[in-house]
Design a binder for this molecule. Structure first.
Ligand code: PGA
Length: 243
């Protein structure tokens, strides 16, 4: 049985007052038939831990440094996230790759750091709109997987998120047929075929039932729609009831 996981990515959104939404999402996670994760801004992880939102709600970070500690001003280590109560961390999100120039070898190093701290690494891959339009999607993803995902990744310590960059925050999504084809292709490239593969990019309460029902889709990584329980709870339900 592969892991099934609804993961929210709050990105650079959220202050203490917004933890009411995290708390409501925790209530939605209660008794859920899938894992529910909220990747909060690092400042909110210890606060959410202290509030003991719900045992069923796992907390996550959005990035970590590859080193355990040291002179890296502004960075956060995987150990720090684990210490703050995180169980997961997003690695290699396209916004990290795009705005901070992260490349595949760094992503792999960060994934290993996450494992060493006992965290699940949610490793993101995805093609640009130009690559999509020129039919390069599968090749681009194969190249990203080959280097970003360490060969000793296991279903226990790693989750892959397929996020077409052009679908993030745009309201656009690939067709269901394309999502299926990409996920099947990704599964062939992974070091272990039982590693869960999430779809991410404009997942909403409206499209989640159809996307989550696809055979090789094991869950979702959700940005905008994870900020409120009103939008994220139906997505969790869609994943739970999909199969
Ligand atoms: P979105 O973001 O759901 O707002 O498109 C997804 C992500 O970046 O993980």
């Amino acid at each position: 049985m592969r892991r099934r996981l609804a993961a929210g990515n709050w990105k650079m959104n959220g202050i203490t007052a917004d933890l009411v939404e995290a708390s409501a999402i925790g209530a939605a996670a209660q008794d859920a038939a899938c894992e529910v994760v909220l990747c909060l801004p690092a400042t909110l992880v210890p606060q959410a831990t202290a509030r003991n939102l719900n045992k069923a709600l796992q907390l996550g970070g959005q990035d970590c440094h590859a080193e355990l500690n040291g002179a890296f001003t502004g960075d956060i280590s995987a150990d720090m996230l684990a210490d703050a109560g995180a169980a997961c961390v997003i690695i290699g999100h396209s916004e990290r790759r795009q705005f901070y120039g992260e490349i595949d070898v760094q992503v792999a190093a960060k994934a290993k750091a996450a494992w060493n701290a006992g965290l699940t690494a949610i490793i993101c891959v995805g093609e640009t709109e130009a690559q999509y339009r020129s039919g390069q999607t599968l090749d681009v993803l194969a190249a990203q997987i080959a280097i970003s995902v360490p060969t000793d990744a296991t279903p226990n310590n790693t989750v892959i998120a397929y996020e077409p960059i052009w679908a993030i925050g745009t309201g656009l999504t690939p067709t269901l047929k394309k999502i299926s084809a990409v996920h099947a292709h990704l599964r062939d490239q992974l070091p272990d075929a039982d590693i869960a593969i999430l779809y991410g990019g404009s997942v909403s309460p409206g499209n989640a039932p159809d996307i989550m029902a696809l055979g090789d889709v094991d869950g979702c990584l959700v940005g905008g729609a994870s900020l409120t329980a009103e939008k994220f709870a139906p997505i969790i339900t869609a994943l739970e009831t999909a199969k």
